[in-house]
Design a protein around this ligand. Structure first.
Ligand code: ZN
Ligand code: ZN
Length: 553
C-alpha cells in the first residue's frame, strides 16, 4: 500500500555558499530518503528553501554594500544550481521572501493570537543613540563574560561558543558605529511556550523511534522547563507583524522560518494548479520527517510542534532525524575562518556521486565524523572505482563484447548461482528497511557488501577464462552477475542517482530507475545492452595535498 511522506529540510540563511557540513547534516539524508520512498511507490513531498530574513542577511548586505534582497536572491540562485548539480531532488525549493510565505506566517500568528497563545510584553532592548535604531543581538558586540574574548556577539560568543543575552556582554558597543548602546523599552509579542510544557512532554515520551541525540536533547530542554520566547523584533527586514502599532517591527526569524515548511507546501500545491493539494501531506495519514543538524533540534521538536498544536489540525513531526556535525580535516567548520569545503567549489571540479558516496558512508548519524580529501580519494578509488565500478564495468564489457551486446541466455543455474541471486534480493530488501528507519550509513554499507561479494563470485567463476572452453558456463555466471548489478543499481540509487541511472541504461532498461520500484528488476535474456563506459573516474593522489592546502586560505 502506498504511504504519504512529507520531508522538510532545514532552511539555511541565504547569506553565504553552502558547505559540506550542511549537505551531510540535512540535505543529502533527506534526498536519499525521498528517492527511496519514491522508488517504493510512495507519495513524497520534499520541500525547503532559503531563509531570506534575519540579521545574518542584513549584516552581510551592509558589509557588501548591497540590499538584503540582492544578497538573498544571489544565494538562492546559487543554491538552486547546487541542488541540480548534486541531485538533491526537492519538489520545491523556495524562499521565505514570497508573498505566499508572508500570508501563511501571518495566518499562523493571527490564529495563535486568537487562541491566547501569544501575549505582549515590554522589554528593555539595546538601542544605538547614534544610529537611532534598536540593535538586534548580532548588532551588539562586546567582551565575552565567559572567556573574556573581544568581539563576542550579543547572541553568542564565537570564541567559546557560549550563547548569551545582549545584556551580559562586557563593554557592549554598536557593531556599525562602535557607540555604547543604551537600553530602551520596546513592546513585543511572546509565544507562551510554557503553556505547552505538559502537552509536549507527553507527546515527546511517545517518540521512542527518535534517534537518541534528538530525544535526549529534547528531554533536557523539557526538564529545564520551557520559557516563553519573544517572537517579534525591532527590525525592518522580515515578515511584518499583522497588528496595528507594530509597523516598525517584524516577526522573529526563528518563529517565521519553521512556518516555511507549511508555506512551501502551499506554494507547491498552487504551482501544480490545485490549491488543496498540500492538505494530504499535512492532515492525517501522513508521516512527516524533518532533516536537520543537531543545532536545530529544539526548533523542530519543541517550538514548531508547539506552534502546530496551537494552530490545530496539522500533522506533528513523525521523526526528526538530526545529524551530528561533519568536521573538516579534523577541525570544526568555521565559515568566518573559511574552514570549510564549499559545495559550489567542489561541484565545479568533481562529479556529484563520489561526494554523495563519501558523505553517506561517513554520515554523522550518531557522532561527529570527519571529511578529509585523503579519505575522499581513497573511498573513490578503492570503493567506487575498484569495487563497484569495476564490477559493473568488467561484467558489462565482457557481455557486450561476447554476447552480441545482449543479456545472455542462462541454462540450468546451479544452486550456488541461485543463492547469489537470492542474496541480492534479500540485501535489496534489507537496504530498504534500513533506509525506511533512516539508518543511511548501515544501508549503503549493506548495499556495498553485495558488490564485494559479487566480485569474489566472479573471481571464482572467471567467466573471462571459461568462455573459451565452456560458453554456457560463462553465460550463466555473467547472467547472475548482471542480475545482481541490476539489484545494486536500485539499492544504490538513493545514494548514487547519477551512476545508477547510467547502469539502468547500460542494462538496456528504458525510463528512470525510480519507475522500476524497490524490487529486483531481472534483465530479460536477449535484452539489448548499451555499450558501457567506466562509471567512475580514478582520482590522482596529488590532488590530496593540493586540495587540503586550499582549505582555510
Ligand atoms: Zn550605532
Ligand atoms: Zn566566550
Amino acid at each position: 500500500m502506498s504511504e504519504r511522506v512529507f520531508i522538510g529540510v532545514a532552511w539555511p540563511y541565504a547569506n553565504g555558499s553552502l558547505h559540506l557540513g550542511q549537505i551531510a547534516g540535512a540535505n543529502l539524508p533527506a534526498d536519499i530518503f525521498a528517492r527511496y520512498h519514491r522508488t517504493k511507490g510512495n507519495e513524497v513531498l520534499m520541500v525547503s528553501g532559503s531563509d531570506q530574513h534575519g540579521t545574518p542577511i542584513t549584516i552581510k548586505a551592509e558589509q557588501e554594500g548591497k540590499t538584503p534582497e540582492e544578497i538573498a536572491d544571489y544565494y538562492q540562485r546559487e543554491y538552486l544550481d547546487c541542488w541540480q548539480k548534486l541531485g538533491i531532488s526537492f519538489d520545491l525549493y523556495t524562499t521565505t521572501g514570497t508573498a505566499n510565505h508572508t500570508a501563511v506566517a501571518q495566518d499562523i500568528f493571527r490564529r495563535l493570537l486568537e487562541g491566547g497563545y501569544l501575549y505582549r510584553e515590554t522589554v528593555s532592548q539595546a538601542y544605538c543613540p547614534r544610529c537611532e535604531r534598536f540593535l538586534p543581538d548580532r548588532y551588539v558586540e562586546g567582551t565575552c563574560p565567559s572567556c573574556n574574548s573581544p568581539g563576542a556577539r550579543g547572541d553568542q560568543c564565537d570564541a567559546c561558543g557560549k550563547p548569551m543575552n545582549t545584556t551580559e556582554l562586557i563593554a557592549p558597543y554598536c557593531r556599525t558605529c562602535k557607540t555604547t548602546p543604551i537600553f530602551k523599552d520596546s513592546e513585543h509579542f511572546f509565544l507562551k511556550l510554557s503553556e505547552f510544557q505538559n502537552k509536549l512532554s507527553d507527546w515527546v515520551e511517545k517518540q521512542t523511534h527518535w534517534r537518541p541525540n534528538t530525544l535526549n536533547l529534547t528531554r533536557r530542554y523539557l526538564k529545564e522547563g520551557l520559557r516563553d520566547r519573544a517572537i517579534t523584533r525591532d527590525i525592518e527586514w522580515g515578515v511584518p507583524v499583522p497588528v496595528a502599532g507594530f509597523e516598525h517591527k517584524r516577526l522573529y526569524v526563528w518563529f517565521e522560518a519553521v512556518i516555511g515548511y507549511l508555506s512551501a507546501s502551499k506554494e507547491w500545491a498552487k504551482s501544480h494548479g490545485d490549491e488543496e493539494k498540500w492538505r494530504p501531506f499535512w492532515e492525517g495519514g501522513v508521516k512527516s520527517y524533518y532533516f536537520l543538524g543537531k543545532d536545530n533540534i529544539p526548533f523542530h521538536t519543541l517550538i514548531w510542534p508547539a506552534m502546530l498544536m496551537g494552530y490545530g489540525g496539522l500533522a506533528l513531526p513523525y521523526d526528526v532525524p538530526a545529524n551530528e556535525f561533519l568536521t573538516i580535516e579534523g577541525r570544526k567548520v568555521s565559515t568566518s575562518q573559511n574552514w570549510a569545503v564549499w559545495l559550489p567549489d567542489y561541484l565545479s571540479r568533481y562529479d556529484p556521486d563520489p561526494l554523495r558516496y563519501l558523505l553517506s558512508i561517513n554520515m554523522p548519524e550518531t557522532s561527529d565524523t570527519d571529511f578529509s580529501w585523503r579519505e575522499f580519494v581513497r573511498r573513490n578509488n578503492d570503493e567506487l572505482v575498484a569495487t563497484y565500478g569495476n564490477l559493473v564495468n568488467r561484467v558489462l564489457t565482457l557481455v557486450y563484447r561476447n554476447f552480441d551486446g545482449r543479456v545472455p541466455e542462462h541454462e540450468e543455474l546451479s544452486d550456488p548461482d541461485k543463492s547469489v541471486m537470492k542474496d541480492a534480493d534479500s540485501y535489496l530488501r534489507q537496504t530498504g528497511e534500513l533506509l525506511s528507519r533512516c539508518n543511511f550509513k548501515q544501508a549503503i554499507m549493506t548495499a556495498m557488501s553485495v558488490a564485494h561479494g559479487t566480485n569474489r563470485y566472479l573471481d571464482e567463476k572467471s567467466p573471462w577464462k571459461v568462455i573459451k572452453e565452456d560458453r554456457q558456463a560463462a553465460a550463466n555466471s555473467l547472467y547472475v552477475a548482471l542480475y545482481v548489478i541490476s539489484c545494486l543499481k536500485t539499492a544504490l540509487y538513493p545514494f548514487l542517482p547519477f551512476s545508477s541511472q547510467k547502469v539502468h541504461e547500460y542494462l538496456g532498461f528504458a525510463g528512470k530507475v525510480e519507475e522500476a520500484g524497490w524490487q529486483p528488476q531481472p534483465p530479460p535474456p536477449g535484452q539489448k545492452l548499451r555499450e558501457p563506459e567506466p562509471l567512475f573516474t580514478k582520482l590522482d593522489d596529488s590532488l590530496i595535498e593540493e586540495e587540503t592546502r586550499r582549505i582555510g586560505t
